[in-house]
Design a binder for this molecule. Structure first.
Ligand code: HEC
Ligand code: HEC
Length: 380
């Protein structure tokens, strides 16, 4: 027998042995209703991935050229240094100065800024199914898809438009501004072909960039992928408590959200007396629980600044409404009577922290094609 044939046989044998002794997958107790995030995000048929589009989208995300007074960019309220969200109870848009907790003056937006991280997966179910063409966006799910959502802040008087330019005119104004900047003309052409500077393509480029902002390497994801040591026993206990106390009835799927609206009776935020800012239902979408370590304050009105406060709220929410404007009868039936022990609370919080993951693009852009200050008036 030749040497090479021998080698071949031994490889075959080795492979054979390996297969026959592959251990059964261990049951790590991860509930069927949640799990790891997928490796990459699906794209709409009309908006396939391309590196050029992502680069363009990132510049647009940072460029205040998209705002009426050229002072606010998407990144102003969704900054990489703050988990693509910000440490502010309510966002401050047009006319504001400073970044995150230091931001002041300017127009107040009536909701807490959501993180852009993993919004590519908005709508994903426990089975891993989602359609990026209709991904639900905002605290009330009122916009569908990243492409469509990206246009909304530009139209909003509080966020980016201001009052000088009417709503009907702002998109034409923005397109004309971009057409006058040769770098943008070239980047849009590269990404979309000729005469490519349109409102639709603006939304597509920003969405393509947002789809790259995914964090699927948290310790929980590693654990769910079969690494038992990725979580401590205390965190695993926290996961069990999370399931047993009914958190997973709403915080389900790989995003830890059912993407449904629920009435929780979250207290009003005294900082800004806006009762219900929406349709009067006091119903808000279950938010993702990923990256909570960098996205405080919490809830649609930023009323809680720590996870301890959130857990204390849940502990009492099933007893009585925490909001005088919402009756106990309106409260979601899935909210359970909890009476949590301190140890249970801290284990759940430890588990939630295992969903943090800082492997995302946190580059601070130094220059944008308009020549304006990247991020707008974010320096004090
Ligand atoms: C002035 C602050 C501000 C600016 C500027 C801003 N946003 Fe937002 N963003 C918010 C707030 C606040 C919310 C939640 C609003 C709501 O629910 O009504 C939000 C929500 C979102 C969401 C929904 C996330 C989810 O999970 O549903 C996306 C996506 C988003 N913004 C992207 C953008 C893009 C793209 C831009 C720029 C074109 C932008 N934002 C500009 C404050 C801002
Ligand atoms: C009935 C559905 C439901 C249940 C059960 C539930 N949640 Fe929530 N959760 C929500 C909704 C809806 C919000 C947003 C409420 C708002 O903004 O007014 C929320 C918000 C949160 C937030 C704030 C996240 C952020 O980014 O602002 C955390 C943390 C949280 N829930 C953890 C938990 C934990 C832990 C449990 C179990 C003790 C739990 N939730 C049970 C639906 C639910």
């Amino acid at each position: 027998m030749t040497n090479s044939l021998l080698k071949c046989l031994s490889v075959l044998l080795a492979v054979g042995t390996c297969i026959s002794c592959t251990p059964e997958p261990i049951d790590l107790g991860v509930d069927d209703r949640f799990g790891a995030l997928p490796a990459t995000a699906l794209t709409p048929i009309q908006n396939p991935y391309s590196p050029g589009k992502v680069e363009l989208g990132k510049l647009l995300f940072w460029d205040p050229i998209l705002s009426g007074n050229k002072d606010v960019a998407c990144v102003t309220c969704h900054h990489p240094s703050h988990g693509y969200a910000e440490q502010l109870e309510f966002s401050i848009g047009v006319g504001g100065q400073g970044l995150s907790a230091l931001r002041r003056n300017g127009t107040i937006v009536k909701r807490n800024s959501q993180t852009i991280l993993n919004t590519a997966f908005n709508g994903i179910t426990s089975d891993g199914y989602y359609n990026p063409e209709v991904g639900p966006m905002f605290w009330d799910n009122r916009s569908k898809s990243l492409e469509k959502q990206a246009i909304e802040p530009i139209l909003s008087a509080e966020e980016m438009r201001g009052v000088q330019i009417p709503k009907e005119a702002i998109l034409d104004t923005v397109i004309q501004r971009l057409e006058r900047i040769p770098v943008y003309v070239a980047l849009f052409e590269e990404a979309f072909g000729e005469h490519a500077i349109t409102v639709e393509n603006l939304g597509r480029a920003i969405a393509a960039f947002e789809r790259t902002l995914i964090t699927n390497q948290s310790r929980f994801d590693q654990y769910a992928a079969g690494k038992p040591n990725a979580l401590s026993s205390f965190e695993i206990r926290g996961m069990m408590n999370f399931i047993e106390t009914g958190c997973a009835n709403c915080h389900s799927g790989p995003m830890f959200s059912d993407f449904e609206l629920h009435v929780l009776t979250v207290p009003e935020n005294d900082q800004l007396n806006i009762l219900d800012d929406g349709d009067g239902s006091f119903a808000f979408r279950t938010p993702t629980l990923r990256n909570l370590g960098i996205t405080s304050p919490y809830m649609h009105n930023g009323v809680f600044s720590t996870l301890e406060e959130v857990l204390e709220f849940y502990d009492e929410a099933a007893d009585a409404s925490q909001n005088p404007n919402v009756s106990s009868a309106q409260r979601d039936e899935k909210l359970r009577q909890l009476q949590l022990e301190d140890d249970e609370i801290s284990s759940i919080i430890a588990f939630l922290k295992s969903l943090n993951d800082d492997h995302f693009d946190a580059e601070i852009i130094k220059e944008v094609p308009s020549g304006l200050h990247p991020g707008g008036n974010i320096d004090l």
